[in-house]
Each structure stands twice: as C-alpha cells, then as structure tokens.
Design a protein around this ligand. Structure first.
Ligand code: PSU
Ligand code: MN
Length: 302
C-alpha cells in the first residue's frame, strides 16, 4: 500500500517505543472550528506527556498518513471538502487522490497496517436508535471484529442505542472492558446505565490482556477499553436526555441519513447545550488519550 508512516512514528515503532494512533474525523467533522485544530494539537501534546508518540491518521491527496506534521494536521482541521472516510472508503480515496478524515474504522485499519496497536478516540460508532427503519449501524463495529487494535474510548456515542450496540459487540466477539469501572460509560455521561462484564484497573492489566489476545490467536478482533468521563466533567444527565430527544426528532424530521447522522446529532447537542456537550466530549477524549498513552507505554515494556 501507499501508506505514509511519518519518520517519528517509524522510528518509535522500530525502537519499540510507545505510539498512540489518533483518529481525525473528530477533528474534521466532530468539533467546531477553530477549536478543532487547537484540540488536535493538544491531544498530540497529551500523548507526548505520557512518553508516547502521537500518530494522527488521515488521507491527504490519496495518500493514507499515519503521523501528521503540523501543516498536514492544519489541512485536516481547516480544509474545506475534507471527506469522512470509513474503512470501505479508503481504496476509493486512494485511487481518486481524495483527502479525508478517518473514522474509527478507517483509523483502526491503517494503524494496524502500520503496526500501531493502541488507539484513542471519543466514542465509538454503533447501532443507531432508528435501526429497525434505517439499518444504520456504524462500520466501526464490523471492522473492530476483524482488527487487532486496542481502542480506548468513553463507550459508544450516547446518541446510539447503547444496549443494542453492546449486544452487537458480543455477537461479533469484540472484547469489552470497563477501565476502573463496572459500568459501561455513556460518552457524555460517566455511566450509560448498563454494566460491563469485565473491569481492568491498570495499564499493565490492559497490556496483559493484549498479550493474551496474541497468545490465544483467533480472528484478530479488537479490545475495547471503555474509560468514563470523570463525573464532575460529564454533561448534566437531565440536560443530556432532553436535548438528545430533540436532536433525534430533528434528525428524523430533516431526513438526515448515512454518514451525516452522527455529525448532525453531535452538532445539535453542542448548539442546544450552549457548548456544554462539547466540553464533556473533550473531557472524555482527553482522558482517553492520556490512558492510551499509558497503555501504549505498558505494552511497549513487553
Ligand atoms: N468520537 C467523537 N466524535 C466523533 C467520532 C468519535 O468524540 O465525531 C466519530 C468517529 O470517527 C466514529 C464516527 O468512527 O464518529 C462514527 O460515525 P458513523 O456513525 O457514521 O459510523
Ligand atoms: Mn452510520
């Protein structure tokens, strides 16, 4: 493949130093400008503070990049027409020289290709609430069933049908563990209202599970480490419930479908909570990136 791994990331991987992959859809389509570029830079800095090398993933002019320099990161954040690329879109973007931000599914695929095992995001995609009419289930789930990466996330986006998504993950055979919690986190909320079967309590323990996955073999599925946003930084649950109900109604009324659904819902929440949902989203992502740095370090120790 035409994969471009930045020199810094390549050197770190060769020397078995910790690397954390970061997705770019959250930058290009999940956060308002100009805050998005500042956040992208801050997240990279957070990875570095944990002693790991950040590898933000995106496709530019048909070339998939793992690790972006400042100018490329700026393009992802600012350039009009950045597409949203799931894993199925990658060959189309490569062959047509298109540029786009990568979702969890595309990021996981490219990170695994480059040999980066640990990856951080905000919330995973999953089964949408209107699934019975729309059949809308994020490609994130299917790809994670087939890709050996560790994804640190604050659960799945709360705009989704959380129990249906947990069920799909079980059916697909994707390992899920709460980090220091017995509750499955709810993205903007610390607790989705659903339990997890497994709890891991240190980066070392997560790395041990990753090693056990490799020893046991099998279909090469992911490990989801579900790390809750701290309770004092979560979105107020009543506000969340009220605004989310509005957002879902607006989405249906405006006939939004396909890839546009998730950005539409997230943007609706930001605007109707006076930005409070954005702060909770960022708090969740920051915590995930920090934990991913620690897990990558424990993994690199071997
Ligand atoms: N996490 C966030 N904000 C986001 C996303 C995750 O905090 O915007 C993105 C991820 O890239 C995820 C995508 O893969 O939303 C899911 O989109 P869809 O439901 O269209 O598959
Ligand atoms: Mn979708």
């Amino acid at each position: 493949m035409v994969l471009v791994v930045s020199e810094e990331v390549r050197e770190a991987l060769d020397a078995r130093r910790p690397v954390v992959a970061l997705e770019s859809t959250i930058i290009a389509h999940g956060l308002p400008r100009p805050r998005n570029l500042r956040v992208a830079l801050e997240l990279e800095e957070t990875v570095r503070r944990e002693g790991a090398v950040p590898a933000t993933v995106a496709v530019l002019d048909g070339r998939p990049h793992v690790g972006l320099d400042g100018a490329r990161l700026e393009r992802v954040a600012d350039e009009a027409g950045m597409r949203k690329l799931g894993h199925r879109d990658l060959p189309l973007a490569v062959a047509t020289c298109a540029s786009g931000a990568t979702t969890v599914s595309a990021t996981a695929l490219l990170a695994a290709h480059a040999g980066v095992r640990v990856f951080a995001t905000g919330g995973l995609g999953g089964v949408h609430r209107a699934w019975t009419e729309t059949q809308d289930e994020s490609a994130d789930l299917g790809l994670l069933a087939r890709t050996r990466v560790t994804v640190v996330c604050a659960g799945v986006k709360s705009v989704l049908d959380v129990p249906a998504t947990l069920q799909r993950l079980e059916t697909l055979g994707v390992a899920v563990a709460g980090y220091d919690t017995e509750r499955f986190p709810g993205f903007y909320l610390s607790d989705s209202g659903h339990p997890v079967d497994w709890t891991l309590r240190s980066p070392r323990e997560v790395a041990d599970v990753m090693r056990a996955q490799d020893v046991l073999g099998g279909p090469g599925s992911a490990l989801i480490v579900a790390n809750p946003v701290p309770e004092e930084e979560q979105l107020a649950p009543e506000l969340h419930a009220r605004v989310l109900a509005d957002a879902l109604r607006a989405c249906a009324a405006e006939g939004v479908s396909g890839q546009a659904v998730t950005p539409f819902l997230l943007d609706h929440l930001v605007r109707h909570t006076d930005g409070a949902s954005l702060e909770a989203n960022l708090a969740a992502v920051r915590g995930n990136v920090r934990l991913a740095g620690r897990i990558a370090a424990a993994w690199a120790e071997g």
